[in-house]
Design a protein around this ligand. Structure first.
Ligand SMILES: NC(=O)c1ccc[n+]([C@@H]2O[C@H](COP(=O)([O-])OP(=O)(O)OC[C@H]3O[C@@H](n4cnc5c(N)ncnc54)[C@H](OP(=O)(O)O)[C@@H]3O)[C@@H](O)[C@H]2O)c1
Length: 306
């Protein structure tokens, strides 16, 4: 049996609660892990709220929150290759398995071994924010010296995009609120304060940007999109209506190779997930509430050793 943090029906934070579940047993292509750390992401509260329509009505309750985790392999299902019991790994959870939990099931093909030097808390941020950033920058495939505007540069994905882009020689500008100025500057990016005055007018002299990477969506995306050199150089990670304005959605690759590449960037000192707070499982609600406020800085991570 293990403690998990989840919900018994769709709703706000009030539907969240602890419960116990038996350790799941891994089916074909699945890996049972002892969770050491779990990333906290916007999709966690969006799923809990029932705001992902494709899944409404098909969700077995109770649900466990969380979709990414780092930990140690306890058991392997049939057909799993490249992983062994005792390996330290990071990966995506099996649908409906959840990772705000002491044990969970990861998808073997979306799980990778991690270097000994990599702390579990960092590794837990690789599947969602880390590989999204990698996919964005790979998809843009811009030459060194090209310019990128990152909308929402202070969040988990934005911070990672900024670093992967800088690592490829791109010139990065990012929008964030005033409190994130020092962080953005430390990333080697030019800071653009969206919380005061008209950020579009302030950025216009620097336009066109060779690409606009959007992590915010909605009106903010639509306001900044014209600053891109061409409509199809606007790429959004969270607002798939970007295609209505000629932009593109990030194409996610969820395989082992991307996880390994991001882990390497981390151990080589080229990518820091900027974990601004860690929480024990017992305080998962605080971490998720901060992400749900839409103004978190960097990554928030559950550390099961706390
Ligand atoms: N497609 C995928 O596989 C995938 C993967 C990961 C994430 N996503 C999506 O990407 C989005 C971002 O995820 P995340 O993990 O980076 O979220 P996050 O860590 O919670 O960060 C959100 C950031 O947005 C900033 N922000 C809010 N309103 C803004 C505005 N008007 N202009 C500029 N910045 C603004 C906030 O900073 P301030 O305090 O400065 O406002 C905050 O730092 C979410 O919608 C998420 O679901 C998609």
């Amino acid at each position: 049996m293990g403690q998990v943090w989840g919900y018994r029906g769709f709703g706000g934070a009030e539907v969240q609660e602890f419960f116990e579940r038996p350790d799941p047993s891994p089916g074909p292509g699945e890996v049972l892990v002892r969770v050491e750390a779990a990333g906290v992401n916007p999709l966690d509260h969006l799923l809990r709220s029932g705001h992902v329509p494709t899944m409404n009505g098909e969700v077995p309750f109770p649900q466990v929150l969380g979709m990414e985790a780092a930990g140690t392999v306890l058991a392997l299902g049939d057909g799993v290759t490249g992983l062994a019991v005792g390996d330290r790994v990071t990966g995506f959870a099996l649908t409906f398995a959840g990772t705000y939990a002491e044990t969970t099931l990861l998808l073997a093909e979306s799980t990778a071994r991690i270097p000994d030097a990599l702390p579990a808390t960092w590794a837990a941020t690789i599947p969602v924010a880390g590989t999204t950033a990698l996919d964005v920058v790979d998809q843009l495939d811009l030459p060194s010296g090209a310019s990128v505007l990152v909308n929402g540069i202070g969040g988990g994905v934005g911070i990672a995009v900024a670093q992967v882009a800088r690592d490829r020689g791109l010139v990065v500008t990012g929008t964030a609120s005033a409190a994130k100025r020092d962080l953005v500057t430390a990333l080697g990016a030019t800071f653009a304060d969206y919380s005061e005055g008209d950020v579009v007018e302030r950025l216009r002299p620097s336009a066109p940007f060779d690409a606009v990477v959007d992590t915010v969506g909605g009106e903010s995306l639509r306001a900044l999109a014209p600053l891109a050199a061409k409509p199809d150089r606007v790429i959004s990670v969270g607002d798939f209506s970007v295609t209505e304005i000629g932009g593109v959605a990030v194409e996610r690759r969820l395989g082992r190779e991307g996880l390994e590449r991001v882990a390497r960037l981390m151990v080589e000192g080229r990518l820091d997930p900027h974990i601004t707070a860690t929480y024990p499982l017992a305080r998962a609600h605080e971490a998720l509430a901060l992400v749900e406020s839409r103004h978190a800085t960097g990554k928030l991570v559950l550390d099961l050793s706390l």
